[in-house]
Design a protein around this ligand. Structure first.
Ligand SMILES: Nc1ncnc2c1ncn2[C@@H]1O[C@H](COP(=O)(O)OP(=O)(O)OP(=O)(O)O)[C@@H](O)[C@H]1O
Ligand SMILES: [Mg+2]
Length: 254
C-alpha cells in the first residue's frame, strides 16, 4: 500500500545524547502500528519532532508527497497530522461539548471567533453530538471536564483528535493513568477509529498493544531496533534484551 506518512533519517540530540537516532518510519492508510520501548527511549520526542512541537537536527517528515519538515505545528494539523498527549491537556473548566465545538471550529479555521456563538449553528451542534455519542460522552456534554472520570477525559481527548479529521493519528499513551476498569472503553474507541486512518499508538500495556497493532516498532535509546509483525517481536533477541524480556519470560505471548 502507498505510504501516507514517512519519516526519513530523523535525528535529535539533547546535550550530546542522541534521543532520536536516525529514525525512519512509514505509515500507510489503515495502518495500526504500536510504537513501544522502555521509558526514555525517545517515543514522545519522536512524536514531538514529527508534529512540529520540536525541531529536529536533521532528517525529513513527509505527509503524502509533501515535505512538511519545516511547517509549523498548526499547519501540520491542518493537513491531517494529529496527535494526542501522554498527559491530559483538556481545559478543566470547559465541558466536552465546548471542547468538541472548539476543535471543529479550529478545523474550519474559525477558532479565533467567539466560541459562545457555536450553539447557534445547527450543523456544527449536530456534529458535536455525533462525536460525543460515538465516544459514549453525550450524557456528559455539559459537565466540566474536571468533574468527569479520568478515563472519560482521555476518551474526550481521542474525540477531539478525531474532530480535527486526521489522516494520520499519533496517540501517546492514550490509556496512561486510566484505571484498569476503564481501559476497555478506550480500547473499544480505538477499535472504532475510521478504517482508512493511519494510527500509531504508543503504549506500555503489551496486552493492549498486541490486541491493537498489526505492526510493532520498537525504539530503544533513540534507535529503531525492530519494525515488523507482532508475532515476531517477542522472539527478537534485541527486543528481549532492551525491553520485553520479562514479558516474554512470563509467557503471555499474543
Ligand atoms: N526537552 C528536553 N530536553 C532534554 N532532554 C529531554 C527533553 N525531552 C526529553 N528529553 C530526554 O530524552 C529522552 C527521551 O524522552 P522521551 O520523553 O521521548 O521518552 P519516552 O520514550 O516517551 O519515555 P516514556 O515511556 O517514559 O514516556 C529522555 O532521556 C528524556 O530525559
Ligand atoms: Mg513518552
Amino acid at each position: 500500500m502507498s505510504t501516507l506518512f514517512e519519516v526519513r533519517n530523523l535525528r535529535k540530540n539533547f546535550g550530546g545524547l542522541a534521543v532520536t537516532n536516525d529514525v525512519s518510519i512509514g505509515l500507510a492508510p489503515g495502518d495500526r502500528v504500536a510504537l513501544i520501548g522502555p521509558n526514555g527511549a525517545g517515543k514522545t520526542t519522536f512524536v514531538n519532532l514529527v508534529t512540529g512541537n520540536l525541531k529536529p537536527d536533521s532528517g525529513n517528515v513527509f505527509l503524502g508527497n509533501e515535505d512538511i519538515t519545516t511547517l509549523r505545528a498548526a499547519e501540520r494539523v491542518r493537513r491531517g497530522l494529529i496527535r494526542s498527549f501522554q498527559v491530559t491537556r483538556l481545559f478543566l473548566d470547559m465541558t466536552p461539548e465546548e471542547h468538541v465545538a472548539l476543535a471543529i471550529l479550529q478545523r474550519e479555521g474559525q477558532a479565533g471567533r467567539v466560541v459562545g456563538h457555536y450553539s447557534g449553528r445547527p450543523a456544527l451542534m449536530q456534529e458535536v453530538r455525533e462525536i460525543l455519542h460515538q465516544f459514549g460522552l453525550l450524557e456528559l456534554s455539559n459537565i466540566k471536564a474536571q468533574e468527569i472520570a479520568y478515563g472519560q477525559q482521555r476518551l474526550l481527548e481521542i474525540a477531539l483528535a478525531l474532530a480535527l479529521r486526521p489522516k494520520v493519528l499519533l496517540l501517546d499513551e492514550p490509556a496512561a493513568g486510566v484505571p484498569q476498569s476503564e481501559t476497555a472503553r478506550i480500547e473499544a474507541a480505538l477499535k472504532r477509529l475510521p478504517a482508512d486512518l493511519a494510527v500509531l499508538m504508543i503504549d506500555h500495556d503489551m496486552d493492549l498493544v498486541f490486541r491493537f497493532a498489526k505492526r510493532v516498532i520498537v525504539l530503544a535509546a533513540g534507535t529503531v531496533i525492530f519494525d515488523g509483525l507482532p508475532k515476531d517481536v517477542i522472539a527478537d533477541a534485541r527486543v528481549r534484551e532492551a525491553y520485553l524480556g520479562n514479558y516474554a519470560d512470563a509467557g503471555s505471548v499474543a
